[in-house]
Design a protein around this ligand. Sequence first.
Ligand SMILES: [Zn+2]
Length: 137
Amino acid sequence: MAYGKYVRRMPHCLECGDQIEYGRTDKKFCCEDCRVKYHYAASRMSKTYRRKILKTLSRNYSILESLIKADTVSMDLADLVPMGFVPGVVTSYRRNGKHEVYNCFDIKYIMTATRIYSIAKIQNLSVILQAGTETKD
Ligand SMILES: [Zn+2]
């Protein structure tokens, strides 16, 4: 025959990188060991990532809280970032008219490209907590 032999394109193992030699072409691992190792590492990385985000939120919160205690309601990001404040890590965000209102737990602030302002503790927490525990129908 003039046609070449059909060659199956087998993928490489996501864990060790070896070419998978048999089985379905959508196989991801060469063996059970690699599959277990890969998922273990992925789950550990996910936990590390979550821990890191929580740590960042906690540091952001401490910084914001110290600003409130010092009656500071506005600060440049250029001054905040060297203190360890990470602008992109927040617990919630909403657009209120033309303002971008961010929350770090129960502290809210408006953030622009260069600064944050109107830093304040949320006053009606009990209402928010009640709304949050309501079950959806
Ligand atoms: Zn492997």
